[in-house]
Ligand binder design. Structure first.
Ligand code: AMP
Ligand code: MG
Length: 487
């Protein structure tokens, strides 16, 4: 077999060039027996890669960081972060590398990043590795989020390394190749600010503006505009998470992007029975990152970002604080309005319905959902059936049918549109029991369940015969769900 020895794509290293203080050149650890487990062919071709080449030994070497393409300078990125509220001044990529950036034909710059590629100077005693299961989880959930239209990092590939990883047991190791519009985090700004070097902070902010919010450069106060824009992107993102029932699980400031993409899929999950107190992370014992707490936590994280920007907002600290406070105070309104717009779409309400009619209906639905503990995804998808005259499947999953019937009657009077609803209420989300099934099989070398689950969740709005089990909640014996982070 003859294969090209070079990628068809050229890499750049703008981040490490412009912000050398924020990264350390590093290289990936050797992989004893690299083998491709899953490749995202549409994303590969979107980036300009030839999938046949990526599947070749040279391509797999690129996907594990063992061969460095021209123009790339692999680096471990430095960042700080508040983890569960406690500040760590030096986190950084302990087991990851930014390989470089790829600029596509449309001029869009994207990071290619590796996770599980070995210890770096930021490893802090960690082994620098990742197990197959958690890397497949990130692949499944991030691709599902993308298909749902939610801003997110993407998964390009998972490669098994042939190396064992020791957690509670011995597990096969893997490297995830991740694609993001950047890996700038709130924690990146915290790190830059803590150096005390205002010039570095300004260069970081300029880099973020150029990359994500170029129009801010022309604003009266570009750095205030940056804060406004990040806050608006995060408010929109959080509304999207909440509308689809997504629980991130570890909303530390190092896991919140400047771009507004979802990042770092650890102990994340999709909620089944509606309950704002839902927590999946085994380490989140206090419920800090529970489903219903997420918008508030996002605003808390943005306050940490605002603190780092103070020296750039105004030379007078008091005035800087005032500007930041005013900017952040808009977050609840931006969030609520994005959420209300999304809820109206989920309920198929025509534009002619006024907020005066829609808002109480939505409020009552939230109360009803909480009393019913109905499966969140099935409930909303089923509502279009109610409009079409088939209420039974949805009635059968609620506990209080009288309350539900009364609510439905009020709602139907507003003449909801079933087709609109089917475009925004997914049939298939990566349900916890299905994800676990796919990860367990994948860990044992059987990628069939993963492939079938990906088929369902990457085309989430189109109901297809034969995929019924992918639309159903977990069986009762699945029990309360917990996932583990950082593994
Ligand atoms: P995460 O929970 O994946 O967001 O990671 C939080 C921090 O811990 C980051 O600085 C990671 O690089 C680091 N980290 C997590 N797992 C490992 C590991 N196995 N080895 C080294 N560093 C790790
Ligand atoms: Mg992280």
């Amino acid at each position: 077999m003859s294969v090209a020895s070079r990628p068809t794509v050229s890499f750049d290293n703008q981040f490490s060039r412009e912000l050398a203080e924020l990264s350390l050149p590093w290289q990936a650890e050797e992989t004893p027996d690299p083998h491709l487990l899953v490749l995202n062919e549409p994303l590969a071709s979107d980036l300009g890669f030839d999938s046949t080449w990526l599947r070749s030994p040279d391509g797999v070497a690129l996907l594990t960081g063992r061969s460095v393409p021209d123009g790339a300078t692999p680096v471990a990125q430095a960042y700080a972060g508040h983890q569960f509220g406690g500040y760590s001044p030096r986190l950084g990529d302990g087991r990851a590398l930014l390989l470089g950036e790829v600029v596509d034909d449309a001029g869009r710059r994207r990071d290619v990043h590796l996770k599980g590629s070995g210890q770096t100077p930021f490893a802090r005693g960690g082994d620098g590795l990742a197990a197959v299961g958690p890397m497949l989880r990130e692949y499944i959930v991030s691709e599902a989020m993308h298909a749902l239209g939610i801003p997110t990092t993407r998964a390009l590939a998972v490669v098994g390394t042939g190396r064992s990883v020791y957690r509670e047991t011995r597990l096969p190791g893997a490297v995830l190749a991740r694609v993001a519009s950047s890996h700038l985090r709130v924690g990146t700004f915290q790190y830059a600010r803590a150096t005390g070097d205002t010039d570095l902070l300004r260069r970081l902010a300029d880099h973020a503006i150029a990359r994500h919010y170029p129009h801010a450069a022309g604003a009266d106060n570009p750095y205030l505009q940056l804060l406004d824009d990040v806050a608006a992107s995060q408010a929109e993102l959080l509304a999207r998470w909440m509308l689809v029932g997504f629980v991130h699980g570890v909303m530390n400031t190092d896991n919140m992007t400047i771009s507004g993409e979802t990042i770092d899929y650890g102990p994340c999950a999709f909620m089944e029975a509606f309950d704002p107190a839902t927590v999946y992370s085994s380490i989140d014992t206090g419920g800090r990152y529970a489903y219903g707490a997420q918008p508030h936590i996002a605003q808390w994280n943005l306050a940490r970002l605002a603190e780092t920007l103070l020296p750039l907002l105004h030379h007078d600290q008091e005035q800087a604080v005032e500007l930041a406070t005013t900017s952040l105070a808009r977050f609840p309104t931006t969030y609520s309005s994005a959420w209300a717009t999304g809820m109206r779409a989920k309920l198929g309400l025509p534009d002619t319905v006024s907020a005066k009619d829609a808002d109480p209906l939505v409020d009552d639905l939230v109360t009803l959902l909480q009393q019913q503990r109905a499966d969140y995804t099935s409930f909303f998808r089923g509502l279009s059936g109610v409009v079409r005259g088939d209420a039974e499947p949805t009635r059968s999953i609620v506990e209080n049918m009288t309350g539900f019937d009364a609510w439905v009657q009020r709602w139907l009077e507003l003449q909801p549109d079933a087709d609109t609803m089917d475009r925004v209420n997914p049939v298939y989300v990566p349900r916890n029991h299905l994800v676990e099934e796919a990860l367990a099989a994948g860990t044992d070398g059987d990628l069939g369940p993963l492939t079938r689950l990906l088929d369902a969740v990457t085309d989430p709005y189109r109901e297809r015969p034969g995929l019924e089990r992918y639309a159903e909640p977990a069986p009762a014996d699945f029990g309360p769900y917990r996932t583990f982070c950082g593994t």
